[in-house]
Design a protein around this ligand. Structure first.
Ligand SMILES: Cc1ncc(COP(=O)(O)O)c(C=O)c1O
Length: 308
């Protein structure tokens, strides 16, 4: 992973922190050339306030990329450009609530920020355990209050497992049955070293999947460019022009309802472990705004940041 500044020697070596791409691979020159070209070509209208049909050229490109690279079935008109996964969840919340959703199932263990954002969106997260085949889809049927789920089928975080083919089919069936969305966190889906790429679940059940992706791992998280590919019934209620996240969600946990599976497992790691052992911190939350979601190389342990 990259450290240091471009144009200087920087500090050699890798940190292998989860969730941080190799920033040295960012195509600075190509990116700068593209930005220059795009800025030159922008119409005056495109410099105004973006409307509901914002960024049609970008959406066409994204739809083509998602079809080519992820096997997704996306109409450019259905794409919402956003600032990343957390922003995507905040944008979907209105559509979900309008469709009567009050609970959202999520993976346990999973990405804590996603869990907290669901709660901050006014929806009650329901923890569903993950095993070596990915999300325990069978338990979704028991979590009767949840008719929506957030899952990372291509690369579960933090376990790294891929949702097994039988579970993918079962998940798509469940979504059709409850008529709810699977919010597919397409996390790390582009990277495959030891196995064949897995296509997006969205390509199998486009009417019941909201595909959530971003450039955060393939280019850089600083770009803050993400997308939602979902049926309009879940996106129409969201404003398209203004990012709704990231906002640091409250760290308050909402208890799971009685009908849900066993309580969420929480990693027990204190601040020093958070700063030194990335693996141990993958499901750590922070107790106050300003605490890092993940340990940052070179950052001294912050004793006021805690993990549950
Ligand atoms: C499980 C998971 N999904 C998605 C992301 C990327 O989120 P974003 O698109 O908001 O950058 C991360 C970031 O580390 C993550 O851990």
């Amino acid at each position: 992973m990259a450290r240091g500044r471009a144009g200087t020697a920087g500090r050699p070596g890798t940190t292998l922190l989860p969730g941080v791409p190799d920033l040295r691979a960012f195509p600075r020159k190509r990116w700068a050339d593209m930005v220059r070209a795009a800025t030159t070509e922008l119409t005056w209208d495109e410099l105004g306030y973006p409307d509901a049909a914002r960024l049609p050229r970008l959406r066409r490109q994204l739809a083509a990329y998602l079809a080519r690279g992820r096997g997704a079935r996306v109409d450019p008109g259905q794409l919402v450009v956003c600032a990343g996964r957390l922003d995507a969840v905040m944008r979907l919340r209105r559509g979900l609530r309008a469709a009567g959703h009050t609970h959202v199932a999520d993976e346990d263990p999973g990405w804590t920020q996603l869990h907290l954002t669901v709660a901050a969106a006014g929806l009650t997260p329901v923890a569903i355990p993950v095993d070596e085949d990915g999300l325990r889809v069978d338990l979704l049927h028991q979590a009767t209050a949840a008719r929506a789920v957030i899952v990372a089928p291509a690369h579960q975080f933090p376990t790294g497992v891929v949702l097994a083919p039988a579970r993918r089919a079962e998940l798509a069936d469940w979504a059709r049955e409850v008529d709810g969305p699977v919010m597919e966190d397409d996390y790390d889906a582009e990277f495959r070293y030891d196995r064949h790429p897995v296509g997006a679940l969205q390509g199998v059940a486009p009417d019941h999947v909201a595909l959530l992706g971003s450039l955060s791992k393939t280019l850089s998280p600083a770009v803050r460019l993400g997308w939602i590919a979902a049926p309009e019934r879940w996106t129409a209620a969201s404003p398209r022009g203004t990012p709704e996240a990231p906002r640091r969600p409250s760290s308050t946990r909402t208890p799971s309802p009685a009908s849900s599976p066993p309580a969420r497992t929480t990693a027990t790691c204190g601040p020093p472990a958070c700063a030194t052992n990335a693996a141990a911190t993958t499901s750590c939350a922070n107790s106050r705004p300003g605490c890092p979601d993940r340990p940052s190389a070179g950052r001294p342990p912050d004793s006021t940041c805690s993990c549950p």
